[in-house]
Design a protein around this ligand. Structure first.
Ligand SMILES: [Mg+2]
Length: 554
């Protein structure tokens, strides 16, 4: 347990009563540091591993991976468009929707992870970390501010209500897009749309398309069109293995589809691993996460042809298993506790459920990071100008406060000394001067504000014209961003980013700073190593500044 580890660290520190040596100053040590850091500096910012809670990879014995959207990266637009088309077709053919829907176009910009569908009012909106509704659309039209206020700002939004659907998987993007497009299309023709029924029809149709295997058959028939072959994935997995870690695959996909996808992305990439199966110590398919983490089901052994042979008595390399549960898996595999790192892309199915039921540490795969970080890097002149203007605005505000207080004082003097004409003239001149300055300062604030808004709009809408940035809403983190911070120990854009790090790397998070610490040098800049807080317990939100939050590569 990491709790025990921390006590060990503390006591070893306390034992060191003799005065500290200064070997850390040695020129040789400095030279070692310089030499060692060089290759790691080259990790592109967008491909770094970001750390919410300290994680020592040398204390991780087992690394597990989800497959879809985690190990297997899809050409999202291709796959989403396919799901969109097949679902629309099904709704026309089986549920009596008008043929005109066949002409709808899939608009990939309109849907991002972290949106909320209001099935009752037919709206889609984005929330900040306080569950405050920000941008909102009805169909594809911006929802007027008055409507947003009436519907979402007068009472707290409870996402647990059946009225709302949270779009938190990449898998769910087409259904949100279809919901908006159909409302836009049918209402444009003057039809009344029963929103909740429409959403249920979309969900059921999309589920059928996935369940009856028609979609997966098309994907399997043309893997290069739908799957990204990331040539660094094999080397990244090999690096973890060479660090002594056992790897396992835990996917909801069934054995035949898993075989097709995994062979395509990994077979023959490295000569030491002719088959994808060589990378993994345990392969578990058809897992039915999130239930897998809490329910009790036997692990079934499959034959080489994929037939169920019966309950497994042990977990062997090279064999494909199906179903099971966390409990059965940990018992049979003799693995568990906080020495397991689980890597997945779904906050609820992979990350939150595993955190609630097990001690597994978690890594979330967030492919959205790459495009967003690249865009922010490109926008750095605007971001710098915004930061300068925010500073300037704070100073202008201070000066305005001083002038306002000064004017009050002069007004009181005028009342008091009203009868002396000489004083009166002098005070009035002072007052005019101060008033003039105040007006200048106020104009500067207005213009600075307007410029900040202009820059912010350009940065946000230049990235996505409907929703702005994925991880931000208004002046806050988006709810999606907040959930990544709350539930994942570490997060990164793709699994192959592990290739940039040592399998023994200590991934450090900055200690949360209190407001009084933020502007000065902090004692203990990095956090203590401890088990992640229980799911739902929100760690402190105040952290250090900007770019420092990323992992110091080393
Ligand atoms: Mg997945």
């Amino acid at each position: 347990m990491s709790g025990g580890m921390r006590r060990l660290d503390r006591s070893s520190r306390q034992e060191a009563d003799e005065p500290a040596g200064d070997s850390y100053r040695d020129a040789e040590v400095t030279a070692l540091l310089e030499r060692h850091r060089l290759p790691v500096r080259e990790v592109p910012f967008a491909r770094q591993i970001f750390v919410n809670r300290n994680l020592r990879l040398d204390k991780i014995d087992v690394v597990g991976f989800d497959m879809d959207y985690t190990l297997a990266m899809y050409h999202l637009r291709q796959l989403e468009e396919l799901a969109f088309r097949m679902t629309t077709r099904r709704m026309i053919d089986h549920l009596g929707y008008p043929e005109v829907l066949a002409g709808l176009a899939y608009d990939p910009d309109f849907v991002i992870r972290g949106l909320v569908v209001d099935k009752q009012a037919g709206n889609i909106f984005k929330m900040d970390r306080h569950n405050h509704c920000g941008r909102a659309y009805h169909g594809k039209r911006v929802l007027p501010y008055e409507e947003v206020k009436r519907l979402y700002r007068e009472e707290k939004i409870h996402l647990s209500l059946p009225r709302f659907a949270w779009i938190d998987t990449l898998f769910a993007l087409p259904e949100a897009c279809l919901f908006a497009e159909i409302i836009e299309c049918l209402e444009g023709r003057g039809e009344r749309v029963p929103y909740a029924k429409l959403y249920d029809d979309i969900r059921n149709s999309i589920d059928t398309v996935h369940r009856d295997d028609t979609l997966k058959q098309i994907v399997k028939a043309d893997l290069p069109r739908f799957l990204v072959k990331d040539l660094e994935l094999g080397p990244a997995l090999h690096k973890l293995r060479s660090g002594g870690k056992k790897l396992f695959l835990l996917t909801n996909s069934f054995a035949d589809y898993t075989e097709a996808v995994m062979s395509f992305i990994l077979d023959g990439v490295l000569p030491e691993y002719p088959s994808w199966k060589n990378y993994f110590d345990v392969i578990l398919t058809g897992a039915q996460k999130p239930g897998w983490f809490s329910e009790e089901r036997p692990v079934l052994q499959l034959s080489a042809r994929g037939e169920v042979l019966g309950p497994a008595a042990a977990l062997e390399r090279g064999v494909v298993y199906q179903g099971g549960s966390l409990h059965a898996f940990e018992r049979l595999g003799g693995i568990g506790g906080d020495r397991v790192l689980y890597v997945g892309d779904h906050i609820y199915g992979d990350i939150l459920r595993s955190r609630k039921s097990s001690l597994w540490r978690t890594c979330m795969i967030v492919p959205e990071l790459e495009a967003e970080l690249a865009w922010l890097e490109k926008s750095s002149p605007s971001l710098e100008e915004m930061a300068r203007l925010e500073e300037l605005r704070a100073r202008l505000d201070d000066e305005i406060s001083v002038r306002k207080a000064g004017l009050n004082a002069l007004d009181r003097r005028l009342e008091r000394d009203a009868r002396d004409p000489a004083t009166r003239t002098q005070v009035e001149a002072e007052r005019r001067e101060m008033k003039h300055e105040l007006e200048q300062l106020r104009r500067a604030v207005r213009d600075a504000d307007a410029r900040v808004r202009e820059l912010e709009r350009a940065v946000e809408l230049g990235f996505n014209k409907y929703w702005g940035l994925t991880f931000k809403e208004g002046n806050e983190n988006s709810r999606f961003g907040e959930q990544i911070e709350d539930y994942a120990c570490i997060y990164t854009s793709r699994v192959s980013n592990f290739v940039f790090y040592s399998p023994m790397q200590y991934l450090r998070a900055l200690r949360a700073a209190m407001p009084h610490e933020r502007l000065m040098l902090r004692m203990a800049p990095y956090g203590e190593e401890h088990a992640p807080p229980a799911a739902g317990a929100r760690p402190s939100k105040t952290r250090g500044t900007g770019a420092d939050e990323s992992v110091p590569p080393g």
